[in-house]
Design a protein around this ligand. Structure first.
Ligand SMILES: NC(=O)c1ccc[n+]([C@@H]2O[C@H](COP(=O)([O-])OP(=O)(O)OC[C@H]3O[C@@H](n4cnc5c(N)ncnc54)[C@H](OP(=O)(O)O)[C@@H]3O)[C@@H](O)[C@H]2O)c1
Length: 304
């Protein structure tokens, strides 16, 4: 596993991180298998684990806490989120400083940590990022509850606001072959000294028509999510099917090599529930895209 700096936080991160969300966190997915994946990732040098109190019906964050129980977590860069939580059967949102403090205290307990290495606001609205609000965020850091502050958003205006703010250390954005428009944002984040976490680096499997690959409940769940939230990506992904036909690297590895080929990205956070996939994903660390494939990706991106 190769490592990179997380911006100017002083933290060093594995270039591939493990996403504790989606099907991985669902109660219907075996806890033993979920824990086994985390332990394998740790054994292979992964030190970044990304989760949220709102993920997977509220089950993902406590499951990560159980997976890490009894282990030395001091060198891990656990990134969780605040501002959303799963309550009474649905995701509820409250970005007030009081709610964030409650989220932080709950996450510390659930994850068995004394300080959160990375806390990310989960989808803040631009108008919520007032000076007063940001001063309040800084106080979480001053109190030692949080080491690095970040935000996770799909909204370019929010990402830009986070990048120019001295209060934030980290930004998480969706970055993959289907999102070439994120390159400029990642570059300005890097130039501003921010750590860049790339979420959905495998484009959620849409480059290999994941929606049609139905082998059981988990694939049905992935497909239902895609058709509900990411229809555009499902269609866009078709133009990148060539990623799967490479010599010497799988489609997933090519997708990861694309993301990690941007030095501005600190860590690509993959989601998986299959050991064979995890092994393949982790082996992508250090892989470099052949120039002809990089060109083919750029052409497919231009043809949107
Ligand atoms: N999705 C979002 O909206 C979002 C938003 C913010 C942050 N994030 C963060 O980003 C992380 C990753 O996002 P994600 O899981 O949505 O998307 P992703 O990592 O781009 O893709 C995950 C999909 O790829 C499949 N996969 C993984 N490795 C594979 C391999 N080697 N070969 C073939 N298929 C493979 C997984 O299926 P299997 O389970 O079958 O391996 C899953 O369907 C999340 O866990 C979260 O921490 C996500």
């Amino acid at each position: 596993m190769q490592y990179r700096s997380l911006g100017t936080t002083g933290l060093t991160v594995s270039e591939i991180g493990f996403g504790c969300a989606s099907w991985w966190g669902q109660a219907a997915y075996s806890e033993a298998e979920a824990v086994c994946l985390v332990h394998h990732a740790l054994d292979q040098g992964v030190n970044v684990f990304d989760t949220s109190p709102a993920y997977s019906g509220g089950n993902a964050e406590p499951r990560l806490g159980r997976a890490l129980k009894g282990l030395d977590v001091t060198k891990l860069v656990i990134a969780t989120k605040a501002g959303t939580r799963f309550e009474r059967g649905r995701v509820r949102r409250d970005m007030s400083l009081e709610a964030l403090e409650n989220d932080i205290l709950r996450s510390l307990k659930v994850l068995g940590l004394e300080t959160l290495p990375v806390l990310q606001l989960h989808g803040p609205a631009i108008e919520e990022l007032t000076a007063e609000f940001q001063e309040g965020l800084l106080r979480f850091k001053q109190r030692g509850l949080v080491q690095a502050l970040g935000a996770n958003s799909f909204d370019p205006a929010v990402l830009e606001a986070v990048i120019v703010s001295p209060v934030f250390d980290v930004v998480m954005m969706d970055f993959n072959v289907l999102r070439p428009e994120r390159k400029a944002l990642a570059a300005s984040a890097f130039a501003a000294g921010k750590g860049v976490l790339a979420g959905m680096p495998l484009a959620m499997g849409h480059t290999r028509l994941q929606v049609l690959n139905l082998r059981g409940l988990r694939d049905l769940w992935y497909s239902a999510r895609a058709l509900k939230n990411h229809r555009r990506d499902v269609l866009d992904g078709v133009r990148f099917r060539f990623l799967d036909n490479q010599d010497g690297m799988s489609g997933a590895q090519a997708a990861l090599a694309y993301v990690l080929g941007h030095p501005e990205v600190s860590c690509a956070i993959v989601g998986t529930t299959r050991m064979a996939h995890l092994v393949e994903d982790l082996a992508a660390s250090g892989m470099v895209l052949p120039p002809s494939l990089a060109l083919q990706i750029a052409e497919a991106q231009r043809s949107r």
